[in-house]
Design a protein around this ligand. Structure first.
Ligand code: RP4
Length: 151
C-alpha cells in the first residue's frame, strides 16, 4: 500500500487555526503537519508536506511527484472550486489522490459545493475538521496500491 505520501495544502491554509475557528477549528497547519508526520513515521511511511498560496507552485510540486510518490492527500482550499489546471496536473501525473476539506463544503455557500477534483479522487473527506487529514492518510496507507514503477 502507499509508502510515500505528498500532503498538499492550498491557498490561505497557512492561516488555519488563526481565524474562523468555528469553521476550521483552532489547530494550526504546523500542528496538522506534525501530526501527519508522526502518523506516517509510526507506519514507516515517507511523508512530504507543502502549503502554498500559489497555484503554479502546487502544480510544479505535483509534477515533481511523478514516479516517486504513491499517493497525494490534498486540501486545495479555494482552488477546489476554480482550478482546472490543478485537476489537469493531478490527472497528468497519474498519482491517486484523496481530497480533504476541513469544513463540510456542502453545508456552505453554493460556490463551494462544486469541486473540479472530486470526480477523479479516490476518496473525498469533508466536514471532519482536521481529523480529515488523519483519515485521508490512513485511507491512503491501507487502500492505495502504488503504481508499478515504469521500467
Ligand atoms: O474546508 C476546507 O478545508 C476548504 O478546502 C478550505 C477553504 C479555506 C482554506 C483556507 C482559508 C479559508 S478562509 C480562512 C481565512 C482565515 C482563517 C481561516 C480560514 C478557506 C475553502 O476555500 C474551501 O472552500 C474549503
Amino acid at each position: 500500500m502507499a509508502k510515500s505520501i505528498l500532503l498538499i495544502n492550498g491557498p490561505n491554509l497557512n492561516l488555519l487555526g488563526t481565524r474562523e475557528p468555528t469553521v476550521y477549528g483552532s489547530t494550526t497547519l504546523p500542528q496538522v503537519t506534525e501530526s501527519a508526520q508522526k502518523q506516517c513515521s509510526a507506519r514507516s511511511i515517507y511523508l512530504e508536506s507543502i502549503q502554498s498560496n500559489h497555484e503554479g507552485v502546487l502544480i510544479d510540486r505535483i509534477h515533481e511527484a511523478r514516479g516517486n510518490i504513491d499517493a497525494i492527500v490534498i486540501n486545495p482550499g479555494a482552488l477546489t472550486h476554480t482550478s482546472v489546471a490543478l485537476r489537469d496536473a493531478l490527472l497528468a501525473v497519474e498519482i491517486p489522490f484523496v481530497e480533504v476539506h476541513i469544513s463540510n463544503i456542502h453545508k456552505r455557500e453554493a460556490f463551494r459545493h462544486h469541486s473540479y477534483l472530486s470526480d477523479k479522487a479516490e476518496a473525498i473527506i469533508c466536514g471532519l475538521g482536521v481529523y480529515g487529514y488523519e483519515a485521508a492518510i490512513e485511507y491512503a496507507v491501507r487502500y492505495i496500491k502504488p503504481k508499478e514503477k515504469a521500467q
